[in-house]
Design a protein around this ligand. Sequence first.
Ligand code: T3D
Length: 267
Amino acid sequence: MRADYQYVLIQQDNAVLTITMNRPAVLNAINSQMLEELNEIADEAATDAAIRCVVLQGAGRAFGAGQDLSEFKAYYSSEDVDAGPLGEHLLGYHRLARTLHEMPKPVVAVLHGVATGVSLNLAFACDLRIAADTTRFSEAFARIGLVPDGGGAYFLTRLVGVAKALEISLLADEFSGIEAERLGLINKCVPLAELAATVAAFTQRLAQGPTYTYSLIKQLTYYAHDHDLQDVFHLESEFQDKAFCTADHREGVQAFFEKRAPRYSGK
Ligand code: T3D
């Protein structure tokens, strides 16, 4: 993977790839170039077998402040309200949200400082979220007269249900990491000073897990959310057959009988 991106830093530590959005002066607001870079990196991370867990985070004092609103200044200063730039532009966010969501390995968003707009919705597309208690969450779109994008309505309704999703989206108020954890929007909320160590321990553990089986668990869990029980039984049977034949399953059982920790290869 190349490392010379303009607005994104990447770092691999064992099998954990950390993707850092890096425009700290504007709270990592996402411009077209950053979006293109994030898509390229996510595509590669999805297919690289040496990467078994992916982290998405922001540099400086924020996770991210959403779309870079200065990018469309020409549109805002024009009289032509039909010259909206969004159709094509949004496809980049859709592609990225889908890649993060469907990647055959765990993807963890790490939220600190500010997490708003489409940046926050990309975090919702990830599998797991860890945040600092002081993080300022908001689904800011309605505050500037827009609808949630980047899959926001899809992910938010699944995470917290329709009533809370509507409240969060319509009022667009800020709430803390503590409240986000209470709502079930994030998996873990810790003091800011403990965030990096918590994330490192959590993601290194995931990266040493049965990665292929994790990919099946991901698919099965997301599928189970909107299919009936019989359909889920079918997919569960298909996936358990696949998991049963993996090297990691054999290793897990052998380790159990030998009373030792398993050493998973991810296969
Ligand atoms: O056009 C489209 O593509 C439509 C799609 C939109 C998708 C979205 O994501 S909509 C949501 C967009 N985001 C926002 O509306 C948030 C805008 N930002 C803010 O409201 C505030 O910055 C925050 C509440 C997030 C943080 O406030 P604070 O006081 O901690 O920081 P600040 O001083 O406002 O921001 C620091 C700098 O970042 C500042 O630049 P400056 O004045 O120092 O030169 C600010 O302008 C810049 N910045 C923050 N957010 C954005 C941004 N620049 C461009 N775009 C931003 N989204």
